[in-house]
Structures are given as C-alpha cells and as structure tokens.
Design a protein. Sequence first.
Length: 692
Amino acid sequence: MPHARPRNQSPIPEVTWDSGLKEMNETWKGAIACLGVAVFFVMTIGIIYWQVVDQPNKNWILRGSTSGLIWERRSHSLVLQTLSEEKTLVEINVGNFPDMEQPFVKNLCWLNKTEFCYTWDAMADLEISLEPGPSASTECYRINWTPLHCKITLKDCFSMTNVSWYGGASIRAQRWPLNNVNTKSQPFVISNLTKNPTGYGSVLEKYFLGSTGVTVTVAPDVPISLSVESNRHFCLESPSSIAMVPLQYMVCISQNITAAHQEVGSQLSEQERRLPNTDILGLPIWRHYKAADSAAKMERGLRSFFNRLKRHHLGEGLIALNEHSTMLLSNADHMHLPMASRKMHALRHTRDLSLIKPLKFSITLSPYTSINSQLFLSSLQEGKENYWLSLQSKFDSHPTPLLTKWKGQFSVRLNVTNDAARSWYTDRVSLLWQRLGAQYVTFEGAEGNTFAEQAIQPPRELEGDKYIGIFALMAAALGNSTIISAVTRSSHLPLFIQMTPLQSDWSYAGLKGIIPSVLHYSLLGYNFFIPDAVGGTLANEFLTEEELYIRWLQIVTFLPVMSFSTPPWVCCDDWVLNLTRQYIQRHQDFVVPLIVKFSKEWLSWGYPIFRPLWWLSPNDPVTFTIDDEYLIGDEVLIAPITEPGRVQRDIYLPGEGHKWMDTNTAQVFDGGTLIRNYSVSLVEVPVFVKAS
C-alpha cells in the first residue's frame, strides 16, 4: 500500500527547495546576459570612439633617415615631413577614393622597412618605396598607384600651402612660380598654342620643383593629365582606360631648393650635354617676313633690306626667312624629283644666288607638306604614302595619309617613325641648306599630336610627345646650327629653341611674361633659346609703341640672342635707333662672354645659365615669388622695368654675405637688401654685378 504523506497543518505555505533554486538560477542568468550585452555595447562604443575620435590623425607609414611619410586621415593626404615634424615638405592629397577615413593599418610589405604596400578593395594598390637619392643628403620616395579596374582614375594633388612650385610646361601667359597659374585638367603634352591657346606650350618636362627642397618627377613613359588651381594645388591624374595605366612618380627631398635642383633637376637628361653653334649669340636676328610672290622679288627685297641695315650700321646680323620665303628662294620646282635625278637637275637649274650669297641668313622648314604640292602628289605616284602619318585601311593595303591643317592649308605630316622617310627628309634639307648657303635652319611644327588632335588613337610609337622627341633627334643629326620650336627630354641636344610668340603688350602674354619664360626654359635645361622678337610677333604687324619697344629691347639685351621683327627705324624716332645700336653692342661685349662662361657649368653640372634669385638665397622666402629679376650665372643681376609708365622700381639683392655693385652708380649693397624706389629712366636698365 502506498505510504500516505501527512497533511501540513501550518498556515505558512509549503515551498519546495528544488523549484526555488531553479528560479534563482534563471534570474542570475538573465542578469549576467544583460551585463554581458552592456559590456559588449560599451566596448563597441569605446572601439568606435578610439577609431574615430581618440585615434591619432597621423600615422607614420614610412621613415627615412631625415624624413618620413605620414598618412593624414582627416585630409586624406600623404604628408612628407622631417622626422622631428618641425617642417612639412609636401602634402599630397589622394583623390578619387570614396572610403578614406580608415587609417593605414596593414602594411602588406611589413617585412621590408623600406617599403609600404596597401590595397583599397577593388580600387587601387599603393606601393611606396624608400630609395637612395643621387647624393647622401637626398632621400627619395617612389610612389606607384595601380588601378584594379578600368574605370578607376588615379589623382594625386600637391598642395601649394607654404610651397612655391616651378617646372612643368610653358604656357601662353607664363608665370613664375606656377602657383599663379590656372589650367584645366588636360593631357600633359606639348600643344600647338595657335590651335589650343589654353594648352601646354613648347618646352615641357615631367619635373616639378618646390621651394621646400622637394622635387616631383614623373616616369617619362607614363601618360598623365595635369591641372593647376591657382594658389591651391596642382594635380597629376592618370587616365581611366582598359590598359589600367598606373600613376608613378618619384618625390625627393634635399636640404633646400637649390640643392634639390642641383641634385635632381639638373640630371633630368642622363646623356652627355652638347653645345649648339654659339656664333648666333653675337648676331642680332632680323626677321624678314615681307610677302613676295616670286623668288626674284624675294631676292631683291632681301638685298634692299640688307642695304638698309648697313646704312643704319646694323649690318652684322642674321636675316631670318619664314617658311614661305624659304620655299620661294629655294626654287623648289625640282624638289619633287627622285633623289638621284634631283641632284643632277639642281646642278643644271640652280638660280643665280649671287645676290644673297654675302648675306648671313637662316631658313625655315617644317614637317608639313600641302596636299596640293607636287612633292606630295609625287610621293603618291611613287607609292610612298607611308612617308606621311597615315591610317591603315581595313580594305586596302595602302595606308591613307592623315589630313591636317598647317598655316591655313590642308596638309600631311612627315612620318618620323619611317626610316626611309626620315632619310629622305634630311637629305632634302641638307641639299637645300647647302645650296642656299644658309647659316642656320629653323624647324617649325614639331609640336602637337596629329592623331590626338583628331580624336584618333595614335600608334604606340607616337603616343604623347614622342613625335617631338624623334623630330628633335633628327634635327640635331643635321648639325649644331639648328633651331627648333618645341622640345621635351632633349636638353642634352645641341639645339637652339625658338620661344613662343608673344602679344605686343605689357601683360604676361606679352613683355611681362619674358622673364618667367626665361627662368622656366633655363630651369628645365634649355639655356640656348631665341626670345620672341622685340615688341612681340603674335599680332603679325609692326610695333609702333615707343616705350614698349625700348623696355622690350632692354630685356632681350641680356638674353642669348637679340631678335627683331619691327626695325627700329620703322617703330620709333632716330634716338631709339641709336639706343638699339648701343644695346646690341652691350650684348656683344658684356652678355655673350657671360653666357659662354656659364655654359661650361651647364656642360659639366647641368646648372642653369639664367637663374632665379633663390639660387643664391634658397632659404629666403622673399626670393621665391620674384618674377621680374634674374641672374646670369651667380655674378650678374638684371632688374628691368616691366610695367608701363614706370621710372622707378623696388629691387631685391639676394645672397646674404654677398656684395652687389650697381653698374650705373658704382654703389655697393649687401646681399639681402631691398632697394626701394630705385630710379630707372627710359634709357636705363638696372644691372648689378657681384663685388669681390
């Protein structure tokens, strides 16, 4: 029988211990779970706070011996600083990435202390390597961005905050430094400024120099676009394409701006530098562009012009003929014949050139030929279509010459990648040069990419500025008496560079842009240049403003070559003619020997002949923005008037510890002195020489 449990007679209810313990355990479990959630929440908030608020904004990602790269996450910038963080050398804003708030935390190259690697998922790879510079005092960082898909455009912008920048490309209205420039993003190649006035001009290098002692050098074969936003930054940009082109450049730092250029910029060309024929330095150039419709009229016009120069005691010079005059004078009716026949024909049909033989003159040619010329028609008849830049047809084995415009005529352009075409062209030039007895030959029309101008993808061998490079080599092969209108990566060649035509006014597109252009050309290694003619030639008419003519004359007196388009007897009164003679003599006696002297430094070390004031004062911020004074070597300072109506100006003398003597008064000043309101009459130009 089962045992009966006794009834509880107490008023207190009976409680079993098992159920109480279970309820107690459940309560504690809930409390612990809630506490865990709270702790997890607090930790999450703490981590987020640490990452977003309390995390340092700067992360050192690579350190050298004197400098290092910092990732500044708030501004999305790579900052190159001294290790003490006392000086910012350059700030590079990294653009076109949507998620940049995260700091660099994963160096995929952590085993190598001289490299940094990072990847943005599905965006781009970044590789930075610390490399030895050209000297022990220079450190370099090679930066390589590689897009991970074809729609990515890579873009790095270099800040202008507390940095003055120089180099790059010439432009229509040249500025010094380029902080004052505004240009839209466009391919960084040389353009024909007549067709594209807002493009980049006749001298270009992928090299930028900053006043903090930093240089930026882009790999030569990497295509980039460049934009400049005044006083903010300049930006390097790679195109988005199927080829997924990387953005590669080298950033180097030195003790100061002068040391940086001496160690990096002066070595842009690693090939041996050669001098052009410097006889032209002492010969004023007289441009004779008077229209004529026959060779006979051209010869008579030349003789008359030469006699006029002699009558005014200006006869020792070089008369420059344009392309039209050259073709007239050459009696080119036989030039279309095959080479062997042409030489015999030339001997039998040469004009009597005795009228012009005593003259010193230069001729002008280009790689363009009119499609209406017998020369072009003969090339088609002889099956030499590939002598011209052409398009390959899918249905025809013969290429179709690419049509373009040159000086208002439909034309074709020499195919410089064709060995036979180059040989044919240089033989033709040599024959004409010899036959006319010219001292120099000028080549126009090297600038511009004929394919790209018509939105056609150029062949690989003619991408970017490769046409100009090949053409410059071809011109230099003809001898050291050649002049060319555009160059890049050719500073070692024995060529004179014809500067871009200027407006006949006082603007930066006119007279005020001469000195910035001089400093730009010389900084990039092109010291042997021919300035635009006194008064400017862009308007293609004679100048009649006397003050502008005189101030222009004073500037070019202290440059390599004095060039004239408007004769002084046409522009001005007789006293200006006398002044012109005096300045030509001063150029020959004083300036030419200086250029010859400092050309030896250029040959040996690559130093510019025409130097900015910071060359002697690399740590003096005052010198970074002076664009109306320049040095010849480190011995002579020129400070001309560049504003209309001015008869006084401020002059800054660089070089602490140097002494400068005023050639007008023989007064001596200390370097680092600012001379205020220096008097300059219309017939004077301030010149100071370094006193021993």
